[in-house]
Design a binder for this molecule. Structure first.
Ligand code: MN
Length: 238
């Protein structure tokens, strides 16, 4: 029995090859797993669950088919798809999960998070994160027509890309102190996250505990996943 983790696919209509790779993954690889966890940024942007364009519909159908074959499907919001909610999860046969979420993963306590909350050196970004996750702000945004929301999302995406050019790699990575605080708070689990697009295995020594931290790969150039069973984790590229 094993479990798969993916994140940061950034599915978008203009990158059909990623979509093709994702669809093949859901039919050829994921069905053998007991569960598939998607830890955020499944979509390049998400304007709301009432957006039923081809990309979202095709994704939901692929996940629903996977769930129907017996693999449990879990969805976590990222920063790009923070508005992905219950209606989309229902269409996908998926369960929407909180960030962070602690699970018993084949016998090992494991904490799952998208990862953006750990980038605490980027004060700018953390301000935006708090704004984007505020329920009142979300309700006001969602009250606008879908087309307006899509345009605003594309504008924000361009702005975010421009501001990233001004920031150092270190500022945009997770802050070690934030990682250690989180591990301490959850009693020293294993940690799995995405967001930074820097796939790696790290080991943090916290208060005498050795904690593994796995960073998932993005799918911009090439898809991939983390496979976990009772013996441990292995990263696989497609
Ligand atoms: Mn992200």
């Amino acid at each position: 029995m094993h479990t798969l983790f993916i994140s940061d696919l950034h599915l978008a209509a203009e990158r059909p090859q990623i979509m093709a790779q994702f669809l093949a993954f859901t039919t050829d690889i994921a069905p053998q797993a007991a569960a598939l966890y998607m830890l955020g940024d499944l979509f390049e942007y998400w304007a709301g669950d009432d957006d039923t364009d081809a990309l979202g519909a095709q994704t939901a159908a692929a996940l629903a088919a996977l769930a129907a074959r017996g693999t449990k499907v879990f969805l976590m919001q990222g920063n790009r798809d923070v508005l992905m909610a219950g209606a989309f999860a229902a269409r996908s046969g998926a369960t929407l999960i909180e960030d962070p979420l602690l699970i018993n993963l084949h016998g090992t306590q494991t904490l799952l998070t998208h990862g953006d909350a750990l980038c605490t050196d980027d004060a700018d970004y953390q301000r935006f994160r708090a704004y984007a996750r505020d329920a009142g702000n979300q309700a006001r945004f969602l009250a606008q027509p879908l087309e307006t929301r899509r345009e605003q999302m594309l504008g924000m995406r361009a702005q975010s890309e421009a501001s990233k050019q001004q920031k150092t790699e270190t500022i945009m990575d997770v802050a070690p102190a934030a990682v250690e605080d989180l591990l301490r708070q959850y009693n020293y689990p294993r940690l799995i996250h995405g967001h930074t697009h820097r796939p790696a295995r790290h080991v943090h020594q916290v208060d005498g505990h050795s904690c593994e931290r796995w960073v998932l790969n993005d799918w911009y150039q090439r898809g991939g996943y983390l496979r976990v069973d009772a013996r441990g984790c292995s990263a696989v590229l497609l």
